[in-house]
Ligand binder design. Structure first.
Ligand code: SF4
Length: 331
């Protein structure tokens, strides 16, 4: 097979999915080293993966010159990672002759290669993405943490705030069926404070209300940075934290990818399908209704209520001890 001169990769829209696409992106670069690769993605994601060297050109979804730049690039192949109709239509509309994406109802007609997916959870999502590159010899690379650098003065302030901290991430944009109760995050943060650890509550702008409330309730030694930092600044600081406790959200994926000891609490979704790649300990007690993939639960999120504070605290302690031992051994 002749390697195409120019390839376009439309990245996923969700942070967690974009990080689970890393093996595909890195594998594609390794398999097609002579190809020029254009990445199309939400703005904040591109800088996170800059250290992976998985693209030569980038264009963000909000770029006013998006259409013109994609046309001028003249890609021979488009990998369409999101499962939406619009993303497949985008590739067709820009005249890209070979369009590869997941099968899914009406979009099949827009793709030249509509790849079947296994049932949800039979294969980790990162391996589903790898299926798209099968025809190009894409193989799964070994995991490696994100390569990130701290640049601006603001980034140093974030790094200082997170150094040695217990980081809590009580948000989840997906919905309440993924959010472990805020009261339990507060109880966990208080346990961290009893150890003398700083506690930092993180999240996106939409998590600010819950994050600020959790930090205020924990009290002295706790602060909320939710919505006040850039994704890149937080990511670059995560390798210096004591541990992260997060809902199944983009933040859990970011923390694990950055090399932070991460405890990820799963509710309505499937950890077999979307567990974070990297250093993550998964806590999930699936009842008979799990996984339902609902955003809201009609029966009181039994799945999340089953995860006790003491259990999470024990997982944090275990992660901290293991990391200390690994750091000693690899010094
Ligand atoms: S239906 Fe079951 S798995 Fe789904 S959110 Fe509710 S308790 Fe959790």
């Amino acid at each position: 097979m002749q390697t195409p001169a120019r390839m376009l990769v439309r990245w996923p829209n969700w942070l967690g999915d974009a990080l689970m696409a890393r093996p595909f992106l890195r594998g594609l670069r390794a398999a097609c080293g002579s190809s020029r690769i254009m990445a199309i993605a939400p703005e904040g994601f591109l800088a996170l993966l800059a250290g992976d060297g998985v693209y030569d050109e980038t264009v963000t979804l909000r770029d006013r010159a998006l259409d013109a730049r994609v046309r001028a690039f003249r890609a021979e192949v488009a990998f369409v990672l999101p499962p939406s109709f619009s993303s497949a239509w985008f590739a067709l509309r820009h005249g890209i002759p070979r369009r590869i994406g997941f099968r899914g109802d009406a979009r099949d007609l827009l793709l030249t290669e509509a790849v079947a997916r296994p049932a949800r959870g039979d294969l980790h999502l990162s391996r589903e993405y790898l299926l798209l590159g099968r025809g190009f010899g894409v193989r799964e690379p070994a995991f490696r943490p994100l390569r990130l650098t701290v640049g601006a003065a603001g980034a140093h302030a974030v790094r200082d705030a997170l150094a040695g901290a217990l980081v809590l991430a009580p948000g989840a944009a997906y919905g309440p069926a993924k959010r472990w109760p805020a009261q339990r995050y507060i109880a966990l943060g208080r346990k961290g404070r009893e150890q003398g650890w700083p506690v930092v509550v993180c999240g996106a702008a939409e998590d600010r209300e819950v994050a600020d409330g959790v930090a205020a309730a924990i009290g002295d030694g706790a602060q909320s940075l939710a919505g006040r930092t850039s994704l890149l600044d937080v990511a670059a600081a995560l390798s210096g934290v004591r541990a992260v406790v997060s809902n199944d959200s983009g933040f859990a994926h970011l923390a694990a990818a950055a090399g932070a000891p991460t405890v990820a609490i799963f509710g309505s979704t499937s950890s077999a399908w979307t567990a974070p790649l990297g250093a993550a300990r998964i806590l999930q007690h699936p009842p008979v209704c799990s996984p339902c993939f609902h955003r809201r639960c009609a029966i009181g999120t039994v799945c999340l209520q089953a995860v006790a504070v003491d259990e999470v605290w024990a997982a944090v302690g275990d992660c901290v001890q293991r990391y200390a031992r690994i750091s000693r051994e690899t010094r």
